[in-house]
Design a protein around this ligand. Structure first.
Ligand SMILES: NC(=O)c1ccc[n+]([C@@H]2O[C@H](COP(=O)([O-])OP(=O)(O)OC[C@H]3O[C@@H](n4cnc5c(N)ncnc54)[C@H](OP(=O)(O)O)[C@@H]3O)[C@@H](O)[C@H]2O)c1
Length: 376
């Protein structure tokens, strides 16, 4: 009879190693292994069978959109940020398309996009990495069929650093446009300053990451001139990375920096926001509700203000970021949350309430400091 130790050593551990090797092999077959990893791990870690493996359209979380639902009025007192260069107006209140189980089931992504646009929202945040652009595009096109005008929609996408490089950027933007089924993308971002040890077509030619970022920017600038994208920007960039692009000549202005921004981010993030605002760049706050993991801290620290104002904690957080001069892209697949989030144009926080929230700051879990040498 085998002891528990030998069962562990000769049966269980090899099985785990084999399963892991198969999983890594499966991921590495994909054009964007990290994207595929998220489509599996985010639903799985929330106790949901990943649609990528078990099939789309089976998950719950976003109800079907009624066939007779037509576009509702846009929010009253809607606010916008003006992008440098194009003068385009970006609605300050958007919706994000990653990082929750419902963002990885194509049917629910389609419904979320359609719900959001029909409820009056007009700003959608997507990315190559989220592997859901086809479903987002399907939702946008159905909303257009029901009467939403393309020129009112502000759509963002992003290129992941494993694809940095001139030729590769041209291909990624084309592929995003094909997947979306649209003629142009409103804002295209460099997703991260670097992907650390993961290479890119550019780095495989022996070029450094700084050179690869610049070649990517050059390509985005040309695509902007051709009208394939209307604005170019960055995401997770520290001031030093932005300055590198600002030093280039005859290229697009940096129109936007999308960073993790909520009352809980460290001082460093506040400095980045201040720099962008001084340089006339717009800032978009991702994880404006603190993401799934900060939720309990947020609920604890803003409960008092929520009771006093008769508004939800989410609404207070979104309004705080908007009044701090940023756009927000809360992620949700829930139409009730969309309505709640879109209604924050109606709230106004006083200077004293803004100050009270500003003083909550502490180092957020999961906040990535890009201002380290690792991302140079
Ligand atoms: N550039 C980058 O590197 C980067 C990184 C991360 C995220 N992003 C972008 O930023 C977006 C937002 O970030 P995130 O989704 O991670 O974090 P988040 O917006 O701070 O939080 C999303 C979570 O909040 C819940 N939620 C949304 N509205 C709510 C409401 N009114 N009441 C209660 N719960 C609510 C959502 O659940 P329900 O679905 O149940 O509503 C979801 O679990 C992403 O979708 C993505 O587009 C960009």
């Amino acid at each position: 009879m085998m002891s528990i130790k030998s069962i562990l050593l000769w049966r269980i551990l090899p099985s785990i190693a084999l399963a892991l090797a198969c999983f890594v092999g499966y991921l590495s077959q994909h054009e964007l292994p990290l994207g595929l990893f998220f489509t599996i791990i985010i639903p799985a870690s929330n106790g949901v069978l990943p649609p990528q493996i078990f099939g789309h359209g089976k998950m719950k979380g976003t109800p079907e959109v009624p066939d007779d639902l037509s576009p509702q009025p846009r929010p009253e007192n809607e606010m916008f940020l003006t992008l440098p260069g194009s003068g385009d107006l970006m609605p300050q209140n958007g919706v994000g398309m990653c990082c929750r189980p419902t963002a990885y089931d194509d049917e629910l992504v389609y419904r979320s996009t359609l719900w959001y646009l029909l409820l009056g929202g007009r700003h959608i945040d997507g990315a190559q990495l989220y592997l859901n652009s086809k479903a987002v595009g399907r939702g946008i096109r159905e909303a257009m069929r029901r009467g939403v005008k393309r020129e009112e929609i502000f759509l963002t996408s992003k290129i992941f650093p494993t694809h940095y490089g001139y030729e590769s950027t041209m291909k990624v933007v084309k592929s995003e446009l094909d997947d979306l089924g649209l003629e142009y993308i409103d804002l295209f971002l460099l997703h991260f300053p670097s992907s650390g040890p993961l290479g890119s077509p550019c780095s495989k030619e022996g070029k450094g990451i700084s050179q690869c970022r610049k070649e990517t920017w050059q390509a985005l600038s040309e695509l902007r001139n051709k009208g394939n994208i209307r604005n170019a920007g960055v995401s997770n960039f520290a001031v030093k990375h932005i300055q590198e692009l600002e030093a280039m000549t005859d290229v697009a202005p940096v129109a936007n920096n999308q960073i993790s921004f909520s009352p809980f981010v460290p001082e460093k993030a506040m400095e980045t926001v201040e720099y962008c605002h001084q340089r006339n760049m717009t800032v978009t706050a991702y994880m404006p509700l603190g993401g799934q993991h900060q939720r309990s801290l947020v609920m604890r620290d803003l409960a008092g203000l929520s009771t006093k104002l008769g508004k939800s904690v989410s609404q207070i957080m979104l309004r705080w970021a908007i009044q701090s001069g940023c756009a927000v892209i809360p992620g949700t697949g829930n139409p009730n949350h969309m309505k709640e989030n879109l209604s924050v144009y109606e709230i106004e926080l006083s200077d004293a309430e803004m100050k009270q929230i500003n003083e909550l700051k502490y180092n957020a879990k999961g906040y990535m400091n890009m201002d380290t040498n690792m991302f140079d």
